[in-house]
Design a protein around this ligand. Structure first.
Ligand code: NAP
Length: 244
């Protein structure tokens, strides 16, 4: 049986692992989350040691295909996958769910990065719901605003001086998100354009409450990598590779 490496850490990666019939599936996780949801099949945890380490791993394990199903903001591992696939000739597919789109009634400010999100906040609101992940908090630490910080695992300092920390990982409901915004008198939401249904309820709640959203755009991706946005299309790509 040929080996498929799924670079994981997302719901799409878990769904693909369950549907990659005919392959020995190994899902790779970075090891950042303390209690990760585990996919079907084999799991390995931890970095590969950059592109060269990943290329060596592909060769050592006789990998026949790689699907990069990492989070849309995990750009270093995606760049590693591109280099390693090119160096070894192993076919690579990127599976990244679509980003979110603004709807009537939304008030979004798109920004290219976390630093720009922090720079946009003063003047926009005083009580911020911040859902950009625990690795991004330092950029907001110097701001004299209140932050409702929600992360999956506890963040390390620096954090904003005035904050309330919520550890949670979703999925979330519109009612739950609206209640949270009401309870903390939130007047602006900051989020990455992660896409997907699991965490989209905050956008609906913000729209209904008339709250502006600072939306951090996705990082640029390498050109020339076949890319799909659904697990169905990734399964079809695998069938094509299998038949080749
Ligand atoms: P990143 O900046 O792209 O990766 C940093 C380093 O972590 C990589 O160079 C690699 O180390 C290692 N790594 C990352 N993903 C890996 C994987 N699936 N398997 C093995 N090693 C991996 O990634 P990140 O933004 O820190 O995200 C880490 C993981 O969390 C990703 O797998 C992603 O799917 C998941 N995740 C990220 C976010 C987010 O907002 N960034 C949100 C939800 C889930 P080496 O160079 O040593 O190989």
């Amino acid at each position: 049986m040929r080996t498929l490496l799924i670079l994981g850490g997302t719901g799409e990666a878990r769904a693909l692992a369950a549907r990659a019939a005919g392959w020995r599936v190994v899902t790779s996780l970075a090891g950042r989350v303390r209690d990760p949801a585990l996919p079907e099949g084999e799991v390995r945890v931890g970095g590969f040691g950059g592109p060269d380490g990943l290329a060596a791993w592909l060769v050592a394990e006789g990998v026949g295909a790689v699907v990069d199903a990492t989070h849309p903001f995990a750009s270093r591992i995606s760049a590693s996958a591109v280099s390693a696939a090119r160096a070894t000739g192993v076919p690579l597919l990127a599976l990244h769910r679509p980003g979110w789109s603004e709807r009537p009634g939304d008030d979004w400010r798109r920004v290219p990065g976390i630093a720009e999100a922090a720079a946009t906040l003063p003047g926009l609101g005083a009580r911020v719901m911040l859902t950009t992940g625990r690795q991004s908090l330092a950029a907001f630490a110097g701001l004299p605003l209140f932050f409702l910080v929600r992360t999956v695992d506890p963040p390390s300092p620096p954090l904003p001086a005035r904050h309330h920390l919520l550890l949670d990982r979703g999925p979330y409901t519109v009612d739950g998100e609206a209640a949270l915004m009401r309870e903390h008198a939130i007047d602006v939401l900051v989020t990455k354009d992660s896409g997907g249904e699991m965490t989209a309820a905050k956008l609906t709640a913000a729209r209904e409450r008339g709250i502006p959203v600072v939306m951090v755009d996705r990082p640029a991706r390498a050109a020339g990598v076949p890319t799909v946005s659904t697990v169905d299309d990734a399964v079809a790509w695998l069938r094509g590779i299998g038949a080749a």
